[in-house]
Design a protein around this ligand. Structure first.
Ligand SMILES: Cc1cc2nc3c(=O)[nH]c(=O)nc-3n(C[C@H](O)[C@H](O)[C@H](O)COP(=O)(O)OP(=O)(O)OC[C@H]3O[C@@H](n4cnc5c(N)ncnc54)[C@H](O)[C@@H]3O)c2cc1C
Length: 421
């Protein structure tokens, strides 16, 4: 353990969006090492949209998402698949309304930007050291040590498990080696379509799909979500459907290459133009969507889990990465100025402030989900002791989620959302 005046030594496991954002948040006053199992930056899965809540945090750390190709989201449309009817449409201007854009980011661009900022020699504090090809196999949560597959032991003051839904750090924190996120009963195809291919189809071109719009086509238990990214040169889509409606297997793999003909066949009840849109796919991924109940704890001793390792959620609110980014900011808010001896208390503080908000995002993602997930959520709301006083009206919800200005401010202004015992 380092002495009380030296920068805290932090080991972050995982260089996904959550781990990199945490590294960026902590580098001003910590010596950060990030251990990543893959050989290089590996964000796959097309695009991710970051609401003003997460964008605001990244901007504070010097990120320029729009400058790196993210498209500002300025309008929304929802179509009904059954009769191709426009159910909802509005324009909005988050920059004018809440001071920062809702950013439609290409995942690889976002991850690269966070990586560059984390290791930059000109940024505040100490550049993060990022070690690839290093898989953590176990963690001693109380002593803040992790052991990698080649037997190397990393000793620090704090371990942050940002190693995703199949976290290797999580068992040492929750004491349960069998805990797993479970199949939700739905899968998602994800792909990117080239602007020139869309524009070659007059009907699709006419729709203005690349104009900073998030568009949903609601087909009951099938749903298509699309939005542009990378300077409007690509259209990202997520096409969600029940596993029982798949024309190919997705049951054992969490993510795999999808088959375009099977994808289009699965959406054959959608209006022809949306089938034409999906047919433009060159390659796509197929994800089995996993769901997990909220955990009771994220912290043990000197170790905390964040992001999907702590609170993996369904993608229906697009808040998974944003909540991971909020977690990283909370670490910097409550570890700053803390001695090595006081780390466990500071991590408990992070949990107490973050838990209810992240759990709300998890729950509301179920609520916006399809099939059994939605039923489970609605049933849960029927139990008063489980009711978290959630602002369920959609516009209130958006205001609530986007109106986040960091963990310290949250603690001050939303005491009901903070665990106090
Ligand atoms: C279809 C779909 C759409 C989504 N859309 C959105 C969206 O629009 N907006 C949004 O905010 N969220 C979205 N999400 C959720 C979001 O992708 C995740 O919540 C987010 O990526 C989680 O980030 P993370 O860093 O916690 O975990 P991950 O991204 O899983 O990163 C974990 C990292 O840890 C590494 N790792 C794993 N195990 C080890 C180990 N043992 N040792 C070392 N390294 C390890 C991995 O290689 C990886 O790099 C979506 C998810 C899905 C499935």
């Amino acid at each position: 353990m380092t002495n009380e005046t030296a920068p805290l030594k932090v080991t972050i496991v995982g260089a996904g969006l959550g781990g990199l954002a945490a590294g960026l948040a902590l580098r001003p006053f910590c010596e950060v090492t990030i251990l990543e199992s893959t050989a290089f930056l590996g964000e796959i899965g097309a695009a991710v949209h970051l609401g003003p809540n997460a964008h605001r945090i990244l901007k504070k750390y010097g990120a320029d998402l729009i400058g790196h190709g993210a498209v500002p989201c300025r309008s929304f449309q929802e179509w009904r698949a059954r009769d191709d009817k426009l159910m909802m449409a509005f324009e909005h201007d988050p920059l004018a309304q809440v001071g920062i854009e809702w950013a439609l980011c290409h995942r690889a661009d976002l991850q690269q930007e966070l990586y560059d900022l984390a290791i930059s020699t000109t940024g505040e504090g100490i550049p993060c050291k990022i070690i690839f090809n290093t898989s953590v196999v176990s963690c001693d949560a109380d002593n803040a040590t992790v052991t990698t597959a080649d037997g190397t032991v990393y000793q620090s003051d704090v371990v942050v498990g940002a190693d995703g839904i199949k976290s290797a750090v999580r068992p040492s924190v929750i004491g349960d080696t069998h805990f797993r996120a479970v199949p939700s009963g739905h899968s998602a195809y994800r792909g990117l379509l080239k602007a020139e291919h869309i524009n070659a189809n007059p009907e699709l071109k006419e729709m203005g799909l690349l104009n900073g719009r998030l568009l949903i086509v609601d087909g009951g238990d099938h749903r298509l979500v699309c939005y542009p990214t990378r300077n409007q040169t690509l259209l990202n889509y997520v096409a969600i459907l029940p596993d029982t409606g798949l024309h190919e297997l997705s049951e054992e793999k969490w993510s795999a290459r999808g088959d375009v003909a099977s994808l289009v066949k699965s959406f054959s009840k959608f209006p022809q133009r949306f089938q034409d849109l999906l047919s433009l796919t060159e390659t796509c991924g197929l994800w089995q969507l996993r769901d997990q109940d909220p955990l009771d704890k994220w912290v043990k001793g000197r170790t905390i889990i964040i992001g999907d390792a702590a609170h993996a959620m369904l993608p229906h609110q697009g808040q998974g990465a944003s909540q991971a980014i909020e977690d990283g900011e909370a670490l910097s808010a409550f570890l700053r100025g803390v001695s090595a001896a006081d780390v466990p208390k500071a991590l408990d503080h992070v949990f107490n402030v973050r838990y209810r908000r992240a759990t709300y995002a998890q729950e509301i993602s179920r609520g916006a989900g399809l099939g059994e997930m939605r039923k489970k959520y609605v049933a849960k709301l029927g139990q008063p002791e489980e009711d978290m006083d959630a602002p369920l009206n959609p516009s209130q919800h958006q205001k609530f989620v986007w109106g986040y200005f960091g963990a310290a401010e949250w603690e001050k202004t939303k005491p009901d959302w903070v665990i106090t015992e």
